[in-house]
Design a protein around this ligand. Structure first.
Ligand SMILES: O=C(O)CCC(=O)C(=O)O
Ligand SMILES: [Fe+2]
Length: 308
């Protein structure tokens, strides 16, 4: 049964493809890129989906969500008309993270702790870029302020510093750990908290983003720039996990069901357990950096003004 049929008029049939349309995932993605107006390929696959096996693919012009049946699941690979986004292979299996000597502080979804991820020089550089740019922090996608986040924010790596070598080096290390390309990451968001400032419990994964081409914030790569501060821990109540700011430390966590991610399902997978808060700073300043991670190209549609 075809459960992922796109609405009439949206199903492209490539002229050079026979009635069977059986192709490997790679071939289908390649073909979609060449088809004018093709935005995604979808297929209903068995639980033991293998990219090399041939499946029946549907070529779509829209990003309609697909219905899942019990014995099979539908995978959808949206493509950007512009940008050089390629399909994400999914996050690293936990065993590979452990082989890289990364400390797992929560099992499922894994929360990974990477000590001394940032060097002193990198930290000073980030701070000097951010200092003149701080504005009052905002929340969500409307970027409106709210009493729930009382810190200040500075965005880096957007315009004049888009080619900054230090930032590029940091991004390339994040790329290796997450297996996500640079285009799938939101720019560096530096956050500074003064005594009494906090960010109330929230989810980084925004439901409104789910239907956009970039998909939701499936993961967060979070870095701490100082530790001469009292309070300000990052607290995940459901996971009973509290991270104390430590200079240079990076934490990678996933805001979604990790098994689904590994199976190539990137939408409707939010994990409410990933909800977290920044506890109030009691003394000193707290400096941190967010890089929010998306399953699909974020930067190209962002710069094209296509994201709501
Ligand atoms: O500052 C923290 O510890 C957490 C901040 C956070 O969750 C956010 O900026 O989304
Ligand atoms: Fe957050």
């Amino acid at each position: 049964m075809r459960r992922c049929a796109p609405p009439p008029g949206n199903d492209l049939v490539p002229a050079n493809l026979g009635p069977e349309r059986r192709l490997s995932m790679k071939a289908a993605v390649k073909l979609c890129r060449r088809l004018s107006g093709c935005r995604a390929v979808t297929a209903e696959v068995a639980a033991d989906f293998a990219p090399e096996t041939e499946y029946e693919w549907h070529f779509k012009t829209t990003l309609e969500p697909c219905v899942q049946s019990e014995s099979t699941r539908t995978i959808e690979i949206p493509l950007k008309a512009r940008g050089n986004s390629t399909a994400w292979p999914g996050p690293m299996p936990v065993a590979e993270l452990q082989a890289l000597k990364m400390q797992i502080v929560h099992e499922d979804p894994p929360v990974v702790r990477i000590e001394k991820f940032l060097s002193e020089l990198e930290i000073e550089h980030i701070k000097s870029l951010a200092r003149p740019r701080f504005v009052k922090s905002t929340v969500g996608m409307t970027y409106e302020g709210g009493g729930s986040r009382t810190s200040e924010t500075a965005w880096l790596n957007l315009g004049e510093d888009g080619n900054d070598e230090t930032l590029r080096n940091i991004t390339s290390r994040i790329t290796q750990i997450t297996r996500l390309q640079h285009e799938n990451m939101e720019p560096f968001q530096v956050v500074r908290y003064q005594p009494g400032q906090f960010f109330a419990e929230h989810q980084d994964y925004l439901d409104q983003q789910e239907e956009q081409v970039c998909g939701g914030r499936i993961g967060t790569f979070f870095m701490y720039l100082n530790d001469d501060v009292e309070g300000g821990e990052t607290h995940f109540p459901a996971w009973n996990l509290k991270i104390k700011p430590e200079k240079g430390l990076a934490i990678l966590w996933w805001n979604v069901n990790y098994t689904a991610l590994q199976e190539g399902q990137f939408r409707k997978v939010s994990d409410p357990g990933a909800s977290h808060e920044a506890l109030p700073v009691r003394e000193g300043e707290k400096w941190v950096v967010n890089r929010w991670l998306h399953p699909y190209d974020f930067l190209t549609p962002y710069f094209a003004g296509e994201l709501r």
